[in-house]
Write a protein of this length. Structure first.
Length: 379
């Protein structure tokens, strides 16, 4: 009986693999190499390749995505994210290239918030604000990484426990972020977290894209559609005022595909305050599942990126603070607007805005969030 069961299992798995291999062409794969070390902790560089040859390299330092190679409409592969050649570059990664952002992505005004009657002070690292988790956010820690392969693709499971009090946040927060490169040319991010004290949590991914290819000029000619008819206007410190404002009749209306550069220098007060686009858009949704947040198309190469998410917002950042002082991969000098980020997230400064969707995670609850990057080409 035992023998029969195992024969059955073997047969089933052979059938699955044959079906999968037949539909996928070549198998997906995973490579692991040393990337260096940070304070005695080994840092590894993982190369994930799917059955279509799409390749993502990521490291357990900050969960950073180091490169994403996809084909253009002629089938030519290129790296479409900004970054550095080696770990050294990522140690002082001011623009947050490719990293996991936490414990709280985006800004918390005046680096403080009150929760259940207690005021918490955070590290101020952006003028008066706390930005992207503070001085040593999740982008600067060494995560434990577990590579895996299954029938949907190949991936990495990153885990990190952020200690009670770290960067001023309450509670031991156990975070798990799973990256999966599927054979459908998607890179999925599944975020999970639990805590032992109530705390704000807002996790995101800070990859900068240039769909023409890394180092191939600015992103101003790329066409963007956002599934958002409202955004959260900001003050001079890039803190939301609390208003949800209609994008209609403003330079922030991307409800129809629009070239990013066509209005970026408009005298619109919000563009002046943001030095370009650096705004949280309210994703239009009818249910809780992943919906399309953003669609980006690069007209010359035909590359398209679609972003789906369960989050209520997406920060569209047009790389305004890149100023030519950062030299990245292959000596590429990153000038203003040489990359764009689309950070799926809860709204900035939510802990100080009770009218925004809550970001508070309490003991016994599980924080769950999913974002999908889908890569394709349009001829
Ligand atoms: C986010 C912010 C920007 C900037 C970048 C990092 O996208 O909204 O203002 O701080 O991160 O440079």
């Amino acid at each position: 009986m035992k023998l029969k069961t195992s024969t059955f299992v073997v047969l089933i798995s052979l059938t699955c693999c044959a079906t999968f291999a037949a539909s996928a062409g070549r198998p997906h794969s995973m490579k692991k190499e040393k990337f260096g070390s940070v304070q005695g902790n080994a840092v590894t560089l993982y190369t994930l390749t799917n059955s279509n040859g799409l390749e993502v390299r990521a490291t357990n330092f900050g969960g950073i995505i180091v490169s994403v190679r996809t084909p253009d409409k002629q089938g030519r592969m290129d790296d479409i994210v900004l970054g550095f050649d080696d770990l050294q570059g990522y140690l002082d990664n001011k623009p947050y290239f490719g990293a996991i952002i936490g414990r709280y992505a985006n800004r918390i005004a005046a680096a403080r918030f009150t929760l259940d009657g207690v005021q918490y002070s955070l590290a101020a690292n952006d003028g008066p604000n706390s930005l992207h988790g503070g001085i040593k956010g999740f982008n600067k820690v060494v995560w434990s990484a577990e590579p895996f392969e299954n029938s949907t693709g190949v991936g990495l499971m990153f885990t990190y426990t952020s200690k009670d009090g770290e960067e001023g946040y309450p509670g031991n927060l156990r975070a798990k972020v799973t990256y999966t490169l599927t054979d459908q040319n998607e890179l999925t991010f599944d975020y999970e977290a639990t805590t032992d004290k109530a705390t704000p949590v807002n996790l995101t991914q800070h990859s900068y894209f240039n769909l023409a290819g890394d180092g191939r000029g600015d992103i101003l000619g790329q066409e963007l559609t956002l599934n958002a008819d409202r955004f959260t206007p900001v003050d001079k410190n890039l803190i939301p005022t609390g208003e949800l404002r209609a994008v209609k009749n403003t330079s922030l209306d991307f409800t129809k595909s629009t070239t990013i550069g066509s209005r970026i220098n408009d005298k619109d007060e919000q563009l002046v305050l943001g030095h370009g686009y650096d705004h949280n858009f309210v994703i239009h949704r009818t249910g809780p599942g992943p919906v399309l947040a953003a669609h980006v198309r690069e007209p010359q190469t035909g590359r398209v990126l679609e972003i789906y998410t369960t989050e209520p917002g997406v920060q569209f950042y047009s790389g305004n603070f890149l100023d030519g002082t950062t030299t990245g991969k292959q000596g590429h000098v990153y000038k203003q607007r040489f990359g764009l980020a689309l950070e799926t997230q809860h709204f900035p400064d939510s802990p100080n805005h009770p009218e925004f969707p809550s970001t508070i995670l309490r003991p016994g609850q599980v924080y769950q969030s999913r974002t999908v990057y889908k890569f394709s080409v349009e001829k």
